[in-house]
Design a protein around this ligand. Structure first.
Ligand SMILES: [Fe+2]
Length: 234
């Protein structure tokens, strides 16, 4: 097996018949853990909406999860004992999980897998680095879905093209991530130009399952360009 490859465990037995969610257990989670887990929930939600496997039921769950993270992540980060915010985030996490367990995830998770092992970053933080740019990349292919994501984030998109809506979503995500102290570019993670080609190769070789669910199928050149954009950030 290739060295340094991030793998995921998945089996029918890992899906519970009954789950008890107690937001009080998260009161003592550090701001950093809250930020990473919260942005991961948001990424699960938006990728579930964008997924080629989405349907009205998963879409409803993911829309609500998007809205809850938008409302509560910054609050829970600033005050871990904000009960309303912790409740909202716990609900968001569960709803986004129910959505993506049925739809699968898209390109951002696949891209994050290629750099998280190079810089030892928590999972959620790594996906967040890629997500804004992938949403903008996908937006021309999913004009209706970016409207749904934008609505979940409370954005006014009147008169905007699909790509402009994608960019507005990206900026809102970056705004949230800045507030909760998450990295915003691959440069922030200490990565450089020399890392990009190997990451494209790894994505194409090892993580096709994320590309398959992505609504816009990227060419190799487009992937390299996307990594370049994420390297510098906006
Ligand atoms: Fe995730």
């Amino acid at each position: 097996m290739e060295k340094g490859l991030k793998l995921a465990l998945n089996h029918y037995f890992l899906y519970p018949a009954l789950t008890v969610i107690d937001p009080a257990l998260s009161f003592t989670a550090s701001p950093q853990a809250t930020a990473s887990a919260g942005i991961d929930a948001l990424c699960h939600a938006v990728e579930s909406i964008m997924s080629t496997n989405s349907n009205p039921i998963t879409g409803s769950l993911a829309f609500e999860a998007t809205s809850l993270v938008d409302d509560y992540l910054e609050r829970a980060y600033c005050n871990g004992e904000d009960v309303e915010a912790r409740n909202g985030l716990a609900l968001a996490s569960v709803m986004a999980g129910m959505a993506f367990a049925n739809t699968g995830l898209c390109l951002s998770h696949g891209m994050a897998y290629t750099f998280v092992t190079r810089c030892k970053l928590p999972h959620g933080a790594s996906v967040g680095v890629a997500e804004p740019y992938v949403i903008e990349f996908n937006s021309p292919s999913i004009p209706d879905k970016v409207e749904v994501i934008a609505a979940g984030l409370g954005l006014d998109t009147q008169g905007l093209s699909a790509t402009e809506v994608g960019y507005a979503i990206a900026l809102r995500m970056i705004d949230i991530m800045e507030t909760v102290g998450l990295p915003l570019s691959l440069k922030d993670l200490g990565l450089g130009k020399k890392d990009l080609e190997p990451m494209v190769d790894s994505l194409l070789k090892n993580y096709q399952r994320f590309i398959v669910k992505n609504p816009r199928k990227p060419s190799r050149d487009e992937l390299l360009e996307l990594y370049q954009t994420i390297l510098e950030g906006y």
